[in-house]
Design a protein around this ligand. Sequence first.
Ligand SMILES: NC(=O)c1ccc[n+]([C@@H]2O[C@H](COP(=O)([O-])OP(=O)(O)OC[C@H]3O[C@@H](n4cnc5c(N)ncnc54)[C@H](O)[C@@H]3O)[C@@H](O)[C@H]2O)c1
Length: 332
Amino acid sequence: MRILVTGAAGFIGAHLTARLLREGHMVTGVDAFTPYYDVRLKRDRWAALAGPAAGGAQARLITCDVCDGERLQGVFAAFRPECVVHLAAQPGMRASLSAPFVCQKNNVEGFLSLLECCRHATVTPRVVYASSSSVYGACTALPFVEEQPADRPVSLYAATKRANELMAHTYAQLYDIPCVGLRFFTAYGPWCRPDMALYLFADALSQGRPLQVFEGGDVRRDFTYIEDVAEGVVRCIGVPLQARSELFNVGSGRPVALLSVVHLLAERLGVTPRIETAPLPPGDIPATWASLARIQPRTGYQPATTLEEGVARFVEWFRAYAASGAGSGAVR
Ligand SMILES: NC(=O)c1ccc[n+]([C@@H]2O[C@H](COP(=O)([O-])OP(=O)(O)OC[C@H]3O[C@@H](n4cnc5c(N)ncnc54)[C@H](O)[C@@H]3O)[C@@H](O)[C@H]2O)c1
């Protein structure tokens, strides 16, 4: 299948591209290499996972801002994708508070530009796009099920992701574009973003700095190993749809307290953690937990990586790459 991946040099995008190539798909990636975090990390990640260093088939990577509709339309015309996996976005709840217009532009305008390209494409592709567990916002009923209302976002980031779901629903109805929204839950693993908890913890631990955990480490996240995330995406690329627009949780279904993750990391890194506790910042939510009751029976999705295995693989990469000073963790 011809698959266009947006945000292809990103954490999920590069791993997914590698997986799609292994399955024999033809992949074209686009990425704007936004400066939210070190662009060198994005380039190294792409090269290692989907470029020359990976060996085997390679994907083409085009530097393109998805907000540039004319240029994106050119990519569509040349590649004629049968499926688009849209991952390009400004991630991060905190970044949406400090740079709201950047978040709005990349997440809302970028997605509209993509949907318009799909609407005018000669072959209408299936759109599989990144939503987020953050759309559940102030919902306290756990686990999060797709049927529950997601109308109480607590950050602008969450609001843009929910807007994407509503936009997809609208375009699916108006223009018969099949759309599949994936609510990702805290992906982690090698080549992850430097603004993510696991990376921040590992960075602090390896430098002997105290690390901050919220609410005494009692905050729970449904950590999902990156290969399991890619597996979920692949399964949703192929799932027979029951409606023109559908939504699926892609998580591990096993929430873990942040404090346990810190101890696991510290053990792997061979250090004793110095822990400071802080209140939950505005825009954050105390717990996420994915119900897999929809995705599992529909796609056979079964996350396979335990937290112990996943953390071990992350630490191996972190030691070899990040701790050597390559791809600094600077976040705008
Ligand atoms: N990683 C997670 O745990 C997680 C959880 C929930 C949702 N998501 C969503 O999944 C997607 C991928 O996340 P990620 O962790 O890989 O983030 P990432 O920042 O590593 O990847 C996103 C990529 O998109 C690119 N990009 C941003 N704006 C662009 C634009 N306008 N045009 C073209 N490229 C652009 C960036 O350069 C980056 O390489 C995002 O939509 C994110 O919101 C991720």
